[in-house]
Design a protein around this ligand. Structure first.
Ligand SMILES: Cc1cc2nc3c(=O)[nH]c(=O)nc-3n(C[C@H](O)[C@H](O)[C@H](O)COP(=O)(O)OP(=O)(O)OC[C@H]3O[C@@H](n4cnc5c(N)ncnc54)[C@H](O)[C@@H]3O)c2cc1C
Length: 535
């Protein structure tokens, strides 16, 4: 079976939907999303979107804050472009019907977050992402040029070169999760908007969809992938067997929270003069260090010295959620662990979202645009998805690529049979996420990276063998993808023999500007490269 459309969009988060709405002005858009339309990191975003909207603020200051956080390898021209486009993109969201929180004077309420010198974070209470996604989805459903299919997962990209033509991505093979059928989509342009890859680590704040599918598909197709060593870890995710992925906001530490070891000792004073108010990365590293040193499964965030009424009033969601799990944060400390939160690297793109492969575009967290460099400034990621989703659609309209007249071969399942040992898949998922956490997590060392690269080689071989022998399922496809992403993270981390931003290696604890003020670029079958950052 073959479906033909103008634009194929993979992903229904902020980046994919923004692209779809703009592109639908000029052509038919097919949006595929592998679970429900709301299953996206976008819907989980709490804080907000950064934009200069206060007369006392300036583009220069937002740019400066982004560059400082980026550790010297953000691309200046991209940062300027994103920062300057931000107010227009916020206005466009409001025109679509997004309700942002307002201050008493009727203007948008602007919050301040870590790393920002000014109040510039537009938000909808503490459910910003859900509100933005609601508005985008409503607009998408009202647009007759857009078809959105839930439960359809892209497996691999289709390269015209494999069909005897020039190198060009002309669509993708897709698994319909309900019928279990695989079909091909052919399009003028294929847009990856598949989000991040937090699931590559044992602990993550990300939803289950975050398995790095876009990066893995692009990598297998031969696209350039950049800066995968820079993975942001959030210091405090709830540690509880029944609560996966629940973020405990940094605002708790802002309101006096104290991090303690299992024996009750407060430990942050050993790690930073600001103690529990230390920056996010320092806090995540300190918790990781103490957990590894003591062998503890988690540390404890203690709020019990604060008045109970204040805590219930200030943190109603966190209070209710933890109470439902039997933890009363007004009377007992909260068990927390750091968790993988945001992928700064991704498919390398230019200022409009073009990848290194003709026909393939990437927008949102899946892309590496040069904005974040070695570390992401809070609330700049929803913004990046908005700006690049819009710009890619505008740039595509100008290019107006032809519709490929091809008939891709039907998906060949080979001799694949139903699996009778799903335990292999479950085991590999667990093993991979655990060694990535232990060896390639917040603190790395040369020896641990060597160990990790040996382990991933064995696991990839096992997964490859399983993939070719068994009928594909979403679980197996995701496992194959996180294995590719894990390999990319390990290789990129091993290649950067310094510490910068989110990448910390105890054997090379200092930055080395002479060699490493550059992007790390990987390509299937090629050697890693250092590319100087564009000023
Ligand atoms: C808990 C949490 C809080 C956050 N808070 C903030 C914040 O306050 N401010 C901020 O700026 N950022 C925040 N972030 C980060 C931000 O939410 C994400 O970076 C952003 O939403 C990514 O948007 P996206 O459109 O690129 O991807 P997503 O919103 O993750 O969407 C990805 C989409 O791709 C689909 N998909 C994936 N693979 C496939 C496939 N193979 N086939 C078909 N579909 C596929 C998924 O189903 C999903 O629809 C937060 C993230 C988390 C997890």
């Amino acid at each position: 079976m073959r479906i033909v459309t103008d634009y194929l969009v993979l992903g229904s988060g902020i980046a994919g939907l923004t692209f779809a709405l703009e592109a639908a002005k000029r052509g038919r858009v097919l949006v595929l999303t592998k679970r429900s339309e709301r299953d996206a990191a976008t819907a989980w975003a709490q804080g907000g979107i950064a934009a200069v909207l206060d007369p006392d603020d300036s583009f220069g200051e937002h740019t400066a804050d982004t560059l400082t956080t980026g550790g010297g390898i953000s691309h200046r021209a991209i940062v300027d472009m994103v920062v300057e486009d931000a107010p227009k993109r916020i206005e466009a969201l409001r025109e679509l019907g997004t309700h942002f929180s307002a201050a008493d004077d009727g203007h948008l309420d602007l919050a301040r977050e870590g790393g920002h010198g000014k109040r510039r974070v537009v938000h909808a209470g503490d459910i910003t992402g859900a509100e933005v996604q609601r508005a985008l989805l409503e607009a998408v459903h009202a647009q007759p040029n857009i078809e959105l299919r839930e439960g359809h997962m892209a497996i691999d990209l289709i390269d015209l070169a494999r069909l005897g033509g020039p190198r060009r991505v002309v669509g993708a093979y897709v698994l319909d999760n309900e019928s279990q059928q695989v079909y091909a989509v052919v399009a003028r342009a294929t847009v990856l908007a598949t989000g991040g890859a937090g699931k590559v680590y044992l602990y993550t704040t990300n939803p289950d969809i975050a398995t790095g599918d876009g990066v893995a598909m692009a990598y297998r197709a031969g696209a350039e992938i950049a800066n995968m060593e820079f993975f942001q870890f959030h210091p405090t995710c709830l540690y509880h067997p029944q609560a996966k992925n629940f973020l405990i906001s940094e605002a708790l530490r802002g309101e006096g929270g104290i991090l303690r070891l299992p024996d009750g000792t407060a430990f942050m004073e050993r790690h930073h003069p600001m103690k529990d108010l230390a920056p996010r990365d320092v806090t995540a590293r300190a918790i990781d260090y103490e957990m590894k040193r003591t062998g503890a499964d988690c540390v404890w965030l203690d709020m019990t010295h604060q008045p109970a009424d204040f805590l219930r009033d200030r943190f109603p969601n966190i209070y209710a959620r933890t109470l439902a799990l039997g933890i009363d944060l007004t009377r007992e400390p909260i068990p927390v662990v750091p968790a993988a939160h945001y992928m700064c690297g991704g498919v390398r793109v230019d200022g409009a979202g073009r990848t290194s492969l003709p026909g393939l575009w990437a927008v949102g967290e899946v892309a590496c645009t040069g904005l974040h460099g070695a570390n992401r400034l809070a609330s700049n990621s929803l913004l990046e998805g908005l700006v690049f989703g819009h710009r890619a659609a505008v740039a595509l309209a100008e290019t107006n690529p032809d519709l490929p007249q091809i008939e891709p071969p039907s998906w060949d399942p080979g001799k694949a049979t139903e699996s009778d040992e799903a335990v292999v898949v479950a085991n590999d998922w667990d093993e991979l996420r655990r060694f990535m956490w232990n060896y390639v997590g917040i603190v790395r060392s040369d020896r641990r990276l060597v160990r990790a690269s040996r382990r991933i080689a064995v696991l990839k071989e096992e997964i490859r063998d399983y993939y070719f022998r068994h009928v594909i399922t979403m679980d197996l496809l995701e496992l194959r993808n996180i294995a590719d992403v894990a390999e990319l993270i390990i290789s990129s981390a091993a290649f950067r023999r310094e510490s910068r931003g989110l990448h910390y290696n105890v054997d090379h604890p200092q930055p080395d500007d002479r060699l490493y003020r550059s992007d790390t670029v990987l390509r299937w079958g090629g050697l890693p490269e250092r590319r100087p950052v564009k000023e």
